[in-house]
Design a protein around this ligand. Structure first.
Ligand code: GAL
Length: 661
C-alpha cells in the first residue's frame, strides 16, 4: 500500500472531493479557489466524467481546458486525484461501437444517454479505455499537481452479451481444464444440462426457471476477474508513464459484484465510496461497517474514503438531509478506522444534469449555508489530524467474509428466502459495534491467530482448506462462533455428505447437523434458555460439545440449538437458528467476555463510539464519537486534537481525538 506517499505529498490527511469544473465558468472557478482555501481542501478528484470533452472524437484529444484546471488547482495548493473517465463513454463511442453497449439478461441492448453504458468485455471498449488512460498518463504523469490516479469510477456493471460469452468460455477452460470437469462441477447430469462443446455454454441469461447454481457462481467469479483485468490494463498503462499511486474507488454495497479481497491486492491503496442508507445512529453503524471492510480489504493498512454524500442519506424512495454535525461525525467514523482523510461527492452541487439533486460541499444555496459552514468546520478539524497519517485501527475480533460464500448464497433454489449473506454479515458487525468493539473482516483462509474472537455468520460455502484453518484456529486457543447453514457446500457448490458442516469444522464444533428445518415466515420459537428465534432451525446432535440451549418445539424438542465445544485450547460455538436481536446481542456479549476481547478504551457507555488508531512507532489516538444526546464524562481526560485543548467531557453528539500514547 502506497498511502504514505499520498499523505506526505498532502502534508497531512486528505480533504476535498470530486471536482467537475467543466460544469461552470471562470467566475465560479475563481470562487471555487477561494472557497477551497476556506474549507481547507487539499485534494480534488478531477475528470471522472470528462471523456466527451477530453476526446471529442475518436483519437482527437482536447487537453487544454484540463491543463488550465490542473495548473489553477496547483497554484491554489490543491493536489489532484486524476481520474480516467472510462465509466461514462461519450455518445460518439457507442454510436461507433454499438456492440460495446451493455445487454440485459433478457437480451435487450441498452443505449447511451445515461452513464456506465459499456460492456467491459467488448474489445472496442477495452481498447478505448486503454487509449484514453495512456493519453492522460503521457500528458499528466508527472504534473506537479498530480498526487493520485483514480481509475474509472465504481466498477458496477454486468453484461451477459456475446463478447462476455466468449470471454466466459476462455475463463471456464482455464478454471476447469476440460468439459468433463465442468460438467461434473456444475452437476449437469441433472436436468439434461450436459454440455458437449464449449460453444454451448452461455453466461446466465433470462431462462425458464432456476439457473444452474454452478454456472451463476462461476459467472460471478469470472466477472470479478474480468473487471480486475480491465482495471489492471488501465493501471499498467498509467504506470508506464507515471510513478504516482493508482487506485479505483470501490463500492462496498449490499450486493456483491467484485471480490474486493482481490482488488485490495491490486491497487496501490484501497479507496471506497460510502453512502448511508439510513439516518441517525444506523448511518454511523453503516459507516463503521464499510470502513472496517475497507481497512480489511487493504490488509489492515490505511486506506481512503474517496466519496461520501455531503448532506444526503439515500433511504430508497427519498433522499434525506443529514442532521447537523453528521458531516464531521461521519468523516471521523471513517478516519477513526484508518481512512487517511475524508472526501465527498462533489465539490459544487450541479445546476443541471443527471445529479442536480445530489448534495455537495457547496450547495445550490452557496457558501452562506449550514452545509458549507459544516464542511469548513470539518475541513479545519481534519487539518488538525495530520499526525494520524500512516496509523491505522486494529481489531481483536473478526467477522469472516468470503466472496465465494456470498455469491454462493445468492444462488437460486436455496431452502429459505431468508438466507441473506449480507444481512447476516451486517448483523454480526452491528452486534460487535453496539458492544463497542473495533471489527476486522477476515477471509476463512487468513491467519486468524491475532483475533480473540471470530464470528462466522454465513459461511454457506467453505473449502476444505478454510474448514481446516478454522479447526486449527480453535485448536490453537481461538473462540469461534459458527452460525446456521455454514460449511454446507465446497467451492464447487457440492453438498458435504455424511452430515454438516464440513468435517474438520465439525470436529472443532463437536456437533453433527443432520437436517435443516427452515421455519415458516413469521414463525417465532422459544429456546430452553428463554431466548426467542425466527427463520431457521436444525436437527443436530452433539459429538463432544455441550448444549447451552435447546429447542422446545415440535420434533426438535430437546435437541440442541446453541452449543459450545472445548477443543484443543479454544472453544467452538455453534448457533443453529436465528436469535432475535436481544438474544443475539447477549450471546455476542457473552462470547466477548469469555474470549477476553476487551474494548481498547473501557469505561464508556453504549452509544459512544471509541476507536484507536495505532502508528507503527507506538503512538496511538482514540477517536471518540458521542451518539447520545447527553454529555459523557471521559474515563481518561486527555488532550483533544480537534480543539487543541484539554477535554474531560464529550458534548452531546460531540467528537474528540485524544492522544492515547
Ligand atoms: C457515487 C458515484 C458518483 C455520484 C455519487 C452521487 O456512487 O461514484 O459519481 O454519482 O454516487 O451520490
Amino acid at each position: 500500500m502506497d498511502i504514505r506517499r499520498l499523505t506526505d505529498r498532502l502534508g497531512g490527511l486528505a480533504y476535498g472531493g470530486d471536482y467537475n469544473p467543466e460544469q461552470w465558468d471562470d467566475e465560479v472557478w475563481k470562487e471555487d479557489d477561494q472557497l477551497m482555501r476556506r474549507a481547507r481542501v487539499n485534494l480534488a478528484t478531477v475528470g471522472v466524467f470528462s471523456w466527451a470533452l477530453l476526446e471529442p472524437e475518436e483519437g482527437r484529444y482536447d487537453f487544454g481546458w484540463l491543463d488550465a484546471h490542473l495548473d489553477r488547482l496547483h497554484t491554489n495548493g490543491v493536489a489532484v486525484d486524476l481520474a480516467t473517465p472510462t465509466a461514462s463513454p461519450p455518445p460518439w463511442f457507442t454510436l461507433a461501437h454499438p456492440d460495446a453497449l451493455p445487454v440485459r439478461p433478457d437480451g435487450a441492448r441498452l443505449t447511451h444517454g445515461s452513464r456506465d453504458t459499456y460492456c467491459l468485455t467488448a474489445p472496442a471498449y477495452r481498447r478505448a479505455a486503454r487509449r484514453i488512460a495512456t493519453a492522460l498518463a503521457e500528458r499528466y504523469g508527472d504534473h506537479p499537481a498530480l498526487a493520485l490516479w483514480h481509475v474509472h469510477n465504481e466498477y458496477v456493471t454486468l453484461c451477459p452479451c456475446d463478447h462476455t460469452a466468449a470471454a466466459f468460455r476462455v475463463w471456464l477452460r482455464a478454471r476447469h481444464g476440460s468439459l468433463d470437469a465442468l460438467n461434473e462441477a456444475w452437476g449437469t447430469a441433472f436436468w439434461s444440462q450436459h454440455y458437449t462443446s464449449w460453444e454451448q455454454i452461455l453466461p446466465p441469461r433470462a431462462t425458464q426457471w432456476h439457473h444452474n447454481p454452478g454456472q451463476t457462481l462461476d459467472f460471478s467469479r469470472f466477472w470479478s476477474d474480468e473487471t480486475l483485468a480491465a482495471y489492471r490494463e488501465q493501471r499498467d498503462a498509467i504506470r508506464a508513464h507515471s510513478d504516482r499511486p493508482v487506485t479505483t474507488n470501490l463500492m462496498v454495497p449490499s450486493y456483491q459484484n467484485l471480490d474486493l479481497w482481490a482488488f485490495g491486492r491490486e491497487v496501490d491503496l484501497v479507496s471506497i465510496d460510502h453512502y448511508p442508507g439510513a439516518p441517525g445512529v444506523d448511518a454511523a453503524a453503516q459507516a463503521a461497517f464499510d470502513a472496517d471492510r475497507a481497512r480489511s480489504f487493504a490488509g489492515g493498512c490505511p486506506w481512503l474514503l474517496m466519496e461520501q454524500g455531503t448532506n444526503t442519506v439515500y433511504t430508497g424512495d427519498r433522499v434525506l438531509a443529514k442532521e447537523p454535525g453528521d458531516i464531521l461525525r461521519h468523516s471521523l467514523a471513517h478516519i477513526a478506522r484508518g481512512s487517511e482523510g475524508a472526501l465527498f461527492f462533489q465539490w459544487r452541487q450541479s445546476r443541471a444534469g443527471a445529479e442536480q439533486w445530489h448534495s455537495a460541499m457547496v450547495p445550490h444555496a452557496g457558501p452562506d449555508s449550514r452545509t458549507f459552514r459544516e464542511v469548513t468546520a470539518t475541513g479545519e478539524a481534519v487539518a488538525r489530524l495530520g499526525e494520524l497519517a500512516g496509523s491505522t485501527a486494529r481489531a481483536g475480533v473478526a467477522v469472516l467474509h468470503d466472496s465465494d460464500a456470498w455469491w454462493a448464497m445468492g444462488a437460486d433454489g436455496l431452502p429459505s428466502a431468508e438466507l441473506d449473506y449480507f444481512a447476516a454479515l451486517r448483523r454480526a458487525h452491528r452486534a460487535l459495534w453496539d458492544a463497542g468493539r473495533t471489527v476486522d473482516f477476515a477471509h476463512p483462509a487468513h491467519d486468524l491467530s491475532r483475533y480473540e474472537l471470530v464470528l462466522a455468520p454465513a459461511l454457506f460455502l467453505l473449502t476444505d482448506a478454510g474448514a481446516e484453518n478454522l479447526r486449527r484456529y480453535v485448536a490453537d486457543g481461538g473462540t469461534l462462533l459458527v452460525q446456521h447453514f455454514s460449511g454446507v457446500v465446497d467451492e464447487r457448490l457440492h453438498s458435504r455428505l455424511g452430515g454438516y458442516p464440513a468435517a474438520p469444522l465439525r470436529e472443532a464444533l463437536g456437533i453433527r447437523v443432520e437436517e435443516y428445518r427452515p421455519l415458516r415466515r413469521d414463525e417465532r420459537i422459544t429456546l430452553s434458555d428463554g431466548s426467542t428465534a425466527t427463520s431457521w432451525s436444525e436437527s443436530l446432535r452433539t459429538e463432544g460439545a455441550e448444549a447451552l440451549a435447546a429447542y422446545t418445539h415440535g420434533m426438535l424438542t430437546g435437541s440442541p440449538a446453541l452449543t459450545r465445544h472445548a477443543f484443543g485450547s479454544g472453544h467452538g460455538w455453534y448457533l443453529s437458528t436465528r436469535l432475535d436481536d436481544a438474544g443475539y446481542a447477549a450471546l455476542v456479549q457473552r462470547l466477548l467476555t469469555e474470549a477476553g476481547a476487551a474494548p481498547e478504551l473501557p469505561g464508556l457507555p453504549p452509544g459512544v463510539e471509541a476507536v484507536t488508531r495505532h502508528a507503527p512507532d507506538g503512538r496511538a489516538w482514540h477517536v471518540l464519537i458521542n451518539h447520545l444526546s447527553e454529555p459523557v464524562p471521559l474515563p481518561r481526560p486527555g488532550h483533544d486534537l480537534l480543539t487543541d485543548g484539554p477535554l474531560i467531557e464529550l458534548s452531546p453528539g460531540g467528537c474528540a481525538v485524544l492522544r492515547a500514547r
